[in-house]
Design a binder for this molecule. Sequence first.
Ligand code: SF4
Ligand code: MSK
Length: 651
Amino acid sequence: MTLKTSSEKNKHSGCDPVSRKLCERASAANVKTVWHRAGDSGPACAFGKGGICCRICNMGPCRITPKNPRGVCGADSDTIAARNLCREIAAGVAAHADHGRHLVHIFKLAAQGNSPDSAIKDERRLREVAVDYGITMENKTPHQIASELAETFEREFGSSEKKLATLAQAPEPRQAVWEKQGLAPSGIDPSVVEIMHRTTMGVDHEYRHLALAGIRVALADGWGGSTIATAIADILFGTPRPVRSMVNLGVISRDKVNIIVHGHEPVLSEMIAVACEDPEIINYAKSKGAAGVQLCGICCTANEILMRHGIPVAGSFLQQELAVMTGAVEMMLVDVQCVMPGLADVAKCFHTKVISTSPLAHTEGFEPFVFAAEHAGEQARQLARTAIDNFANRRREKVCIPDEKLDLVAGFSVRTVFEMLGGTYRKSFRPLNDAIIDGRIRGVAGIVGCNNPKDELSGRGVELVKELIKNDVLVLLTGCMAVACAKAGLMTPETAFKLAGTGLREVCEAVGMPPVLHMGSCVDNSRLLAAATELVKEGGLGSDLADLPLAGAAPEWVSEKAVAIGHYFVGSGIYVMLGAPLHVTGSQRLSDFLRNDVEKITGGRFDWADSVREQAKRILEHIDRKRAALNINRKRERKLLGMKERRELDV
Ligand code: SF4
Ligand code: MSK
């Protein structure tokens, strides 16, 4: 049976070849995936796209048109678009912050010894983070240090008087910009509350004032909730180190029990990773006729367990339904964020159990599971056994697993970059700074964010990365964009070296660092801020983040979290290229402010362009402008070095 919908002609056009096979399978079975629904939904609403539909009070909802340029209360397109933007940012900040807050709770339990399965795994990282927050360590046990740190983190969420302590980790000139411009946020939660208040009917109406308030709350994410979440995950589960693994739907096993973890919170997935290696669990699977248990990930949970355990990645956000379409997934464990409700419809066509493990997130068709951090280990084993029991329900004739899977290398924390560049005993960013100064590396780009069904999967984002490394730009990746690039082979160092420009390749080969670095999940964009800060601290590239030949990009952004990330990059003085405009184009003045004038205030700005060529061109122009300002834009001498000369490179 084939689908008879308006999406018929579009339904697979956005897929990469591997996904397309499963999409076609879905069509044949009359099952709808994200691509089918995207095709069905027709053109986007122009009012929503432009940010000029307001429904924050019941005199409306109001839509702004040339004939009706103001809502009933008198709000114009600038006010309405700015208020809507602020609320998008607030939602993104809240998502990351709530994720961070849950980790603080687990961290506190671990510090008190009340979470036997979440112990402090990386004591060195604990001490590094304690130093960052000014906690003294003399005569204190790791648990005492962790307790103090957990209390500090709690204050970061709740304090409405003090500025965020985490801001002190930024270069001093950056902190001065925030102070001068009134952009330094206080506690994360009060910041979100304040922006929601300011954007309710009849409060803050001036679009620039609102846009800057949006940037301020976003800074409470990047330098607050996300930085805290990354730090705790490293302390509890280990700071990532380079690790080899595999990616794409072909990692799903034909003869093992398949468990997929999907979402964002790493606590349970860490325990599942341990459970799946437990001989008792493996033997239980064998007793049920399976060859073992295959754990793999989707989305940012995938990134978390990939970075720390080398667990294979089945796909990005967009492939969650396709993983189930293989007919070989016994269990998908989901928690929060980026979990599509459409999964339920796909899962009911197969034997897959979709288990929702967060009390925040219920979806019709998913089975709720009450997760208790105190018993995470036992619960993980219980879930693994349930998945194994479900193996008997797999229908062999319904199994269709693509063969495609690729090697990848991931696991690049700031610490590992330090060590690769300088060695364990001479940790330093100096070789990287020197390579940027002498032009072998032209600049650095953080390519982040989601995959969008409006784009070809592994499409524009991947092409942008290729274009940048070809032009000697070192690329740092996070989130689903990292997964998309891995699927395109860019995380096999050998492939990336081949595609990189001569200068970048020489430096990367000499230090043994790939030109495309996977730095983690979407909260781990905080690692990009930390890496940029290290570049400044190392010297020779200016005194502020805004001085660096550095850009951010979210070529296929989807989530409100991506909107928050973009704003904390801009608030940190960084140029951000988007592959599609923010929902502000209904206000010319707000669009201009975000793309131009805001730079005079924060040093960063947004830009957007449709074509990859244009995106890359503008990013490179920006990098070159920064190089010129630093007086390091002298013509780079291109010379192909032999192996002997490479070994002698001063890196
Ligand atoms: Fe309309 Fe103003 Fe109410 Fe918005 S706040 S719905 S523009 S009346
Ligand atoms: S999961 S926020 S689709 S990156 Fe972090 Fe991917 Fe974007 Fe969700």
